[in-house]
Design a binder for this molecule. Structure first.
Ligand SMILES: NC(=O)c1ccc[n+]([C@@H]2O[C@H](COP(=O)([O-])OP(=O)(O)OC[C@H]3O[C@@H](n4cnc5c(N)ncnc54)[C@H](OP(=O)(O)O)[C@@H]3O)[C@@H](O)[C@H]2O)c1
Length: 245
């Protein structure tokens, strides 16, 4: 198949693009920057999108911005109008339960895709291991304490997500499919302790019960599916692999 991957340079994209190529697909990547196999375009400005989608069978839409995911998705939908290409969109578990501007925008993107008439698949995924470490934990590496929010998470490894995306590409338009989540539901404090152990550190972990919607939503379990996920690689295994790199 001829496939365009938006966000092919991002965390998930860097796993999905080679996985699709390994299956024999022809893959182009939409990026704001030139590079090998790239089609230069910008979903915020609407530039280069029509040329990037021309002739593809499938668009794997992984590009994202905390500013306005829905607007980027609408730009893509406009470019796909009249084509029969399959649009596969990766959303996040909890977008309908955890109040956060970014999540509202992802929910609006899901709704726009559903209403568009474009043949599509939507899958919600929990936080990536990589994201939990790089966004929340690593920035605190040099602090004497590690701060977390209350509640549980169910992170998943990118090596478990990418093969599922390939499967969905090959299955064709399937609508909203089952959420994809990691193997363990644990408190964020437990994940932080695991991360400290992997670095050989032992520091106090402070759970900050901040009176904001996102924190309350996470505390109520909104970031998890509430049942064991299909992901097989645990957070400890991810940390061990990172330590060896
Ligand atoms: N991170 C998580 O834990 C997580 C969990 C569940 C679901 N998701 C979803 O999975 C998807 C991929 O997430 P990720 O963490 O891999 O993303 P990421 O690493 O933040 O990458 C974002 C990508 O978006 C592209 N992009 C941003 N603005 C763009 C624009 N104006 N035009 C074209 N491309 C643009 C960037 O490409 P260039 O810089 O090359 O232009 C980059 O490749 C997102 O939809 C995200 O919401 C993420």
């Amino acid at each position: 198949m001829d496939i365009l991957v938006t966000g092919g340079t991002g965390r998930l994209g860097r796993h999905v693009v080679p996985a699709l190529r390994d299956r024999g697909h022809t893959v182009r990547v939409l990026s704001r920057r030139p590079g090998e196999g790239h089609r230069v375009g910008d979903l915020d400005r609407g530039a280069g999108i029509a040329a990037a989608v021309a002739g593809v069978d499938t668009v794997v839409h992984l590009a994202s911005t905390s500013k306005d995911d829905a607007r980027q998705t609408r730009a893509l939908l406009d470019a796909l109008e009249g084509s029969r290409a399959h649009l596969l969109y990766v959303s996040i578990v909890g977008v309908d339960r955890v109040p956060l501007g970014y999540y509202r925008s992802k929910l609006a993107a899901e709704e726009a895709i559903g209403a568009s008439g474009v043949p599509h698949t939507i899958i919600r995924v929990t936080q990536f291991h990589d994201f939990v470490v790089s966004m929340f934990l690593a920035p605190q590496r040099h602090l004497p304490v590690t701060c977390v929010i209350p509640g549980t998470a169910q992170p998943i490894d990118l090596r478990d997500v990418a093969p599922r995306i390939v499967e969905l590409v090959e299955a064709g338009p399937s609508g909203r499919v089952d959420d994809l989540a990691g193997p363990e539901i644990r408190t964020l404090a437990e994940f932080a302790a695991e991360w400290q152990r992997s670095l050989g550190k032992r520091r106090p972990i402070w759970t900050l019960r901040l009176p904001i919607g996102f924190v309350k939503g996470a505390a109520a379990g909104g970031l998890t599916t509430g049942r064991p996920g299909a992901g097989r690689i645990t957070f400890a295994e991810f940390l061990a692999a990172e330590a060896e790199r």
